[in-house]
Design a protein around this ligand. Sequence first.
Ligand code: SAM
Ligand code: F3S
Length: 446
Amino acid sequence: MTSKLYIRTFGCQMNEYDSARMADVLAASDGLAPTAHPDDADVILFNTCSVREKAQERVFHDLGRVRALKDARPEVIIGVGGCVASQEGAAIVARAPWVDVVFGPQTLHRLPDLIRARRATGRPQVDVSFPEIEKFDHLPPPRVEGASAFVSIMEGCSKYCSFCIVPYTRGEEVSRPFEDVLTEVADLALQGVSEITFLGQNVNAWRAPSPDGENGVADLALLLEYSAEVPGIERLRYTTSHPREMTARLVAAHGRLPKLASHLHLPVQSGSDRVLAAMKRGYTALEYRSVVKRLRAERPDLSLTSDFIVGFPGESDADFEATLRLIDDVGFDGAFSFAYSRRPGTPAADLPGQVPADVARGRLARLQAALDGQYRAKSAAMVGHRERVLVTGPSAKDPCELAARTDNNRVVNFRGDATLVDRWVDVVVTGAEPHSLRGELASQNR
Ligand code: SAM
Ligand code: F3S
């Protein structure tokens, strides 16, 4: 009987991507097939996140729940990967001795070996090292599901924002070679992929040696340009980007490359210069506004989403008001917003002026109301407009309808034939709902 793999993923898109790679690796090495139920799994993996405290605590809660499964079937392998694993290492096994393997974001390709060693020795295996970029050389080619695919082009982050744990858990920035990435894009296109999203914690910091690049170094602008030339590729995205890495070349690419989506996720975190400096973000609110202005000069319809943190140590009412003003001035099309979560081991954890939880909660509610208002206004403004969309599959609400994604990453639901799945069609937006749009196939597609 085929052995089964259950993976529970916490956190960001990078983790979603890594989980898919874990499934690929174990399918290739041991023929493991995915299951949605931990109860009938032979290998249970938790891909964890430690960016905020809540996500971190949930892991131990969930580990507690699978303990009974391990007691009943001791041959089941329980593994913990991702950022909590990277941070805690062997401490995880000390706290939860029923865990068999602990691996980091950079060692997931070693999973088959770790599991084998666990079975052979009877001892838990821990490997949370950072063996540079070797991971990509040891991964099977990604499985293609649909016409949209992610391509991870770099690992780690070297920005060391004072609140953030990522540089410590995922290591410093390492870029994948230009040729490797382009080959992966071309392979995906040959398998029917027409939309690519380049992934990295700081994806616009990607740089790789190439004779085609300026001074022998290729940047993301060049990678996007070359990828746009790959036959079959219709739309390109990249996430997450850092405002400091929005170079003139990359800004210009938004004007020059029609295949680049009219949407950019550009985390700002705060609108107060005092807070931005304490966060060590490396830009002022004015510099952020200026990047946005340059981007919109190239691409007037560019929709922007962002990340915000409220309640950073020392944030005053005036600082918070500055953030609200920035939101008002820039006009965002959605955002992830969080109350600051103190991460032991980061510089901000020791800063004075930690903001009381109720104050942070109040600010978060006001900020989210402002951002929600902007999101809805943008949805309403889309009604009546024609959009070129990639059909992703049946609609989640009504399986007789289709769902597709707009350029600015909204789901639009409409009536249409199942043969349109994975194809590009034009829809006219007919209505705006809180979390999605309604549409109608434009006449030329019928
Ligand atoms: N690379 C991205 C950037 O340019 O900022 C961010 C990656 S980070 C994993 C995702 C988001 O989590 C951040 O943008 C930030 O808003 C949030 N975040 C990170 N550390 C946090 C903390 N200690 N408390 C609250 N939110 C946090
Ligand atoms: Fe974290 Fe800042 Fe990097 S938010 S992932 S240290 S850009």
